[in-house]
Write a protein that binds this ligand. Sequence first.
Ligand code: HMG
Ligand code: MG
Length: 305
Amino acid sequence: MTLPKHVTIFEMGARDGLQNENARIATGDKVRYIDLLSRTGLKWIEATSFVSPKAIPQLADATEVFARIRKAPGVRYPVLVPNLKGYERARAAGADAIAVFTAAAERFTKRNINMTLDESLATFTDVVSTSKRDGCWVRGYVSTAFGSPFGDVVTPQMVLDVSLKLIEMGCDELSIGDTIGVGVPSQVDELVPLLAARIPLDRIAMHFHDTRGTALANVYAALLNGISKFDSSSGGLGGCPYAPGATGNVGTEDVLYMLERMGIETGVDIAKVRAASRFIAGVVDHALTSKAYQAMEAADAAPIS
Ligand code: HMG
Ligand code: MG
């Protein structure tokens, strides 16, 4: 297998990352964090989420965040929307790239968006057709693709079935999510070729959470299977409040470090991502989990002998 020469990073820190923070984060800090990320070379920064503020109180200020961020030329700022109401809010705020989200697992879908899988697909059929008519770019998430927190059995075929429905309804791209960080490389080896037989590889991104330390191994397995777009969050922030125990996405710095050392281009400056992470580390009430971020911080803190 040959590895891709270029990989696209889809930054998750401001949405998947911050949605999981308990302490209230000021709108101005979210804006500053995204503005710092906009200077790193990242071309895709998921900015916020137009979900119910009762479901995710942390992102209740989505309209203001989206309005205030400085949109850098050439950078897209997709936002998460769960229904037409969210879509209308997102459009009113000026969003032109959206992401809908369902899952391979029935019980998780019910807990996360209070819909059955079929109801979610019906809802998103309307959202996606409206957004395509309006000229938006649309991503479709398939969560719990490697396992569910609520005991549902998830098979690669189930992931393929949901993926095909999202593609058929008009999604430009899919993001296949290991929401609770249970996946291992052999699962990636099984799933990606199954998807690739029906869906062009350049329309598939992988979204790994690092709950059990397997995310980077899964990124490597996905690279070997021809995937060249990955979701990650600066500093390793995040998780899903509706997936008990789930921790953050694979750290952007971790992915960048590995890819750079492997000679794979991303166009993203790791030092600038670290600066954004450092800023948000001063805002959230805990340490950041990205190993590469921690190593850079430790190297700077070490006394020079
Ligand atoms: P519901 O309670 O069933 O919906 O929630 P409803 O239609 O009955 O509405 C209830 C109330 O919410 C109403 O207000 C609606 O107007 C309001 P009330 O009359 O009670 O005052 N409402 C809204 N308000 C603002 N924006 C909206 C909106 N929709 C309804 N868009 C719903 C259903 C889907 C809305 C809710 O369950 C929800 O918002 N869920 C989102 C949960 C979420 O964001 N989870 C985390 C993201 S998923 C994730 O992290 C995984 C991912 O990263 C990939 C991976 O890791 O695999 C993407
Ligand atoms: Mg996620």
